[in-house]
Design a protein around this ligand. Structure first.
Ligand SMILES: Cc1cc2nc3c(=O)[nH]c(=O)nc-3n(C[C@H](O)[C@H](O)[C@H](O)COP(=O)(O)OP(=O)(O)OC[C@H]3O[C@@H](n4cnc5c(N)ncnc54)[C@H](O)[C@@H]3O)c2cc1C
Length: 383
């Protein structure tokens, strides 16, 4: 008998981590609910496309029995990458043309969420459930939500992302600012609204590097594009800058000052983008973070090990956490849930520390002078 037999499991947060975990547990007989803040499943899922890695994101998809659904929904060729300079000149064109088992296949966040949701029993996800507080009740918890609802669970798993409200019940360790802030935006119908950028994008991704800044642009399956501009800034910049993120003129005027000498193609993308822009000061968790394992409360994904996006590992780590935690909870050789969580946390913290260190190194050189030379040298080329 595994340690979660007849126990109620509450996963707080229905992002890629939480939904993957729900699927992996439910398909093995566990009693699972996912409490998600979004009002319903059609709430818009934003953000760039995600490349899933063989040993992490794809391993979880495979274990979840969802490879066929993935293959039907991934975006062949979207892993093509162009490296360009601030003048938008193409310096490296990685015309991948690979298929999913050779490369790191890209999938949009929306379809990934749909695949995972479709794999769950009806009513597994309780929408419009913004977590408010946890209260001990016997050996389990009463979970309180902002809408006034309260549910009991024997085991609670925080999968509520970067600003996790579950995390403080596990550890007081806070995220550390990386020194880099990203401004995220999107343009609907890129072919119509930003035709030059659409052509440059060529159905894949653009990495633009120059000065000590980056702009990363991804094409999406719905014809839109997503981008984020990365730059060094004080932690309080988002507040101090007093920019109105719903006003393209305001954002454009900031951009022209902050990215001087960059080709007008970038400014045009900013001025055409759908307001609202999202400024994101990028944080990471300390590499040596540790805590005492709790008997029936743990966390996965960004809640556990937030990191900047510059190594493309966040979703992959969240999905691998889901796989490893499910394997521990379902493992019949553990005496109890506490031991299963302890084994999961030990391997997760070690892996996350290594991945965060690599990501921080990458984030630093991508936002330092000489970033383009370094990127080109990685491809064995000169800029
Ligand atoms: C600009 C940008 C680009 C990125 N690009 C990539 C990339 O290319 N590749 C990659 O691997 N990663 C990328 N990432 C990182 C990636 O988005 C995250 O690592 C990943 O989404 C983490 O998954 P998660 O399930 O842990 O959390 P999330 O995806 O953040 O999901 C958390 C879920 O919890 C819900 N929630 C939050 N608070 C509550 C609450 N109080 N109560 C109930 N529900 C709640 C949210 O609505 C959400 O559905 C990027 C991040 C950013 C910011």
């Amino acid at each position: 008998m595994n340690t979660i037999q007849n126990k109620t499991i509450a996963i707080v947060g229905g992002g890629p981590g939480g939904l993957t975990l729900a699927r992996l547990l439910q398909m093995n007989g566990a009693i699972v609910k996912v409490y998600e803040r979004d009002v319903n499943r059609s709430a818009r899922v934003q953000g760039a496309t995600l490349d899933l890695h063989e040993e992490s994101g794809l391993a979880a998809i495979r274990a979840a029995g969802l490879m066929d659904a993935f293959v039907a929904n991934y975006r062949p060729g979207a892993d093509k990458m162009r490296v360009v300079d601030k003048g938008a000149a193409i310096l490296h064109d990685d015309d991948a043309g690979k298929n999913y088992d050779e490369a790191r296949p890209e999938i949009d966040r929306g379809p990934l969420r749909e695949i995972l949701l479709d794999s769950l029993k009806p009513d597994t996800v309780v929408w419009n459930s913004q977590f408010a507080a946890l209260h001990k009740n016997g050996t389990g918890f009463d979970i309180e939500f902002k809408n006034g609802n309260k549910y009991y669970a024997d085991i609670v798993i925080g999968a509520d992302g970067a600003n996790s409200k579950i995390r403080p019940y596990i550890t007081p360790i806070k995220p550390v600012y990386s020194g880099v802030t990203a401004l995220e935006g999107a343009v609907y119908d890129a072919a119509e609204n930003v035709p030059e950028m659409h052509t440059l994008l060529n159905g894949g991704k653009i990495f633009a590097l120059g000065d000590d800044k980056t702009i990363i642009v991804s094409s999406k399956g719905d014809g839109s594009l997503a981008f984020y501009c990365g730059f060094n800034a004080a932690e309080s910049w988002t507040k101090d800058s007093e920019i109105d993120w719903s006003n393209n003129e305001h954002v454009l005027s900031w951009f022209e000052g902050a990215f001087p000498g960059w080709d007008p193609i970038w400014a045009h993308m900013i001025s055409t983008a759908n307001a609202v822009f999202i400024p994101r000061p990028l944080y990471y968790m300390p590499l040596d973070q540790q805590w005492e394992t709790l008997p029936n409360l743990t966390m996965i994904g960004d809640a556990a090990h937030l990191m900047p996006p510059y190594a493309g590992e966040g979703v992959n780590m969240a999905m691998l956490d889901a796989l490893e935690l499910s394997q521990c909870l379902l493992n019949e050789s553990f005496m109890n849930v506490h031991d299963a969580i302890s084994a999961y946390e030990k391997q997760m913290l070690h892996r996350a520390s290594e991945t965060t260190a690599m990501t921080l190194e990458q984030t630093a050189w991508m936002h330092a002078t000489g970033n383009l030379d370094k990127m080109m040298s990685m491809f064995g080329l000169q800029s």
